[in-house]
Design a protein around this ligand. Sequence first.
Ligand code: ATP
Length: 348
Amino acid sequence: MGSIVLKNICKSYNGDLACSDINLTVKDGEFFTFLGPSGCGKTTILRLIAGFIFPDEGTIHLADQEVTSLDAEKRKIGMVFQNYALFPFMTVRQNIEYGLKVQKRAAAEIREKLRYQLEMIGLGGLENRKVNELSGGEQQRVALARSLVVEPRVLLLDEPLSNLDARLRDRMRNELKLLQKKLGITTIFVTHDQREALTMSDRIAVFDHGRCVQVDTPEGIYSRPATSFVAGFVGDTNLLEVNRKDGYWYMENRIRLNADLKPDTRYISIRPQDINISHSAAGSTDHGLIGRIEFREFNGISTDYSIVSGGIRFKTSALNTTLSTGAFEPGDEVTITFTNGSIHELQQ
Ligand code: ATP
């Protein structure tokens, strides 16, 4: 197995930078996620690690071996692509065995490894089925088995769940995570889905325009975003510009804050669930603002409200428990409250 270390990696296509100054260490056995919007360079970095393309600058190490200019087939890396890239007219067995046959392994070893993989992915009995006769979830498992059978040092997964429907996606998410932990294989998972990243990862790297802007645990990324981009991209939030005037801080140049922020603060982020909503006047809290409900959205477990106060639109989210005191209606005048403890200060 192995760790992955990227140092000062830069790559451009025809003069346009796809990723720049990437410095990352993925630890041995870690489930590490690259998260970011479309076009931010995630796949490029994955392909650099796999050896399908080579960096303009920087170095790549796999388990203490420098592989920066080593060919893909010599890196011992397993990769699962978004479309799985299976051989459609081959059977499940032929697809899984393929890598072992290329490596000219003995027939008995191939048989045993095939049996083990089929059992692990739960597709025993389907080995003679052509892969184009399988469901999306089954194909995904074959793609995984095909990359795992050659015992790669690391596993790279490029949005492998994106073609699945919502329920299957949830199931495969759990299965994939369990399998990864069972095998202890260092894994990089690429996604633009923040929920997928938060639920599956040991750590997450967030990318924005070809740069890695934060690396942290899911909890760290969510509760201590490093930039306004991360705060807005990972989870819902109230992202407000702040400025200082006559010794006081103001949100969006409109509402005065009863808080003393760090001098270089440019934005604050307040999560919707940290803003309380009530019909009554504010009690003892740092901030109490009168506003009007613009609209509400019932989501089963919670209800989200959009509330306009002093010309600023706030998002709040209230849990629907059996003790909930009832819904608020669009047009209602309400008080929203939050404490200074729920304000996250951002410098960029
Ligand atoms: P997505 O989530 O849509 O797959 P991504 O974050 O994986 O996006 P990349 O595929 O790494 O992003 O692309 C980063 C940038 O490099 C984009 O601007 C893209 O258009 C460009 N790019 C990627 N591959 C090539 C290529 N082969 N030739 C030219 N430009 C490319």
